[in-house]
Design a protein. Sequence first.
Length: 326
Amino acid sequence: MNILIVKLSSLGDVVHAMPAVQDLRAARPDAAIDWVVEGGFAPLVQRCDGVRHVIAFGLRRWRKAPLAPRTRAEWRSFREQLRGQAYDAVIDLQGLTKSALVARAARLAPDGRRYAMANRTEGSSYEAPTRWLADVAVRIEPHVHAVARSRELCARAFGYEVPHELRFGLRASAAAAGDRQPCVAFVHGTSRADKCWPEAHWIDLGRRLVAQGFGVGLPHGDDTELERAQRLAQTLGPAAQVWPRAGLGELTDRLAACSGVVGVDSGLSHVAVALDLPHVQIYNFDTAWRTGPLPGPGRTRQRSVYAEPTPSVDAVWEAWREVSTA
């Protein structure tokens, strides 16, 4: 059986869809699973257990120069890959017009079907064409975690119960997994300024970790985050290191080599959860129920901490002590 997953972006959403792939593999061992994703996230999806082929979708880049020869060539290549395999099931886990159109453009096997969500869930984007262009639209409970939403859609499409076990199947390189360092990564950057944690809080937390013998790793994804990382490193001293800007594959390996991660609600924090690292996720809004680490048997190594206007250093520190000794 050939299955195509359509989950294009963003980083956190892509990570949240990975457990659905692991469920499918367990329920249908005969399944060969391909995944359409924005090109920038392809290196991460390539590390997801059970994904046979990753088909890179370049809409973000194509929009900048829609008539350029390179854009036309890349679009032709993408369409050829999308239609190169006949699929028994195409599952739109995104719920947007662009993902619905990608799912519609994929080639079905003679008895193949396209599946999508029939409704919006709380706090998530949704556009009606996703259900109009599908063969089967599955209604999902509106108040649901982002991970559970994708798992439920796949389970309903294929007629199995969602497993109790939660696995992301995200692999780091063997070298990274075997070379754990006494370093805690600070995921301080996010696409929304109102999700950030005050720099003074990062400094206080960093000093507490350094006093216990940890180093501090400071990733960054743009110039604003780089400047913040440099300020934090300058204040914390030689134990804090600004990481070089890197692609998702290298960043995943760097995180996997750390003793743990403290981060705001952002894509890299969700990668830390998928790697099952000790992790504290900081929320300034009451949305951890939808995107934060999921509680459950055997899942004591990640916690979310929420408060308004922002969690205190003491609250985050206590959470870190709990997850780092779990």
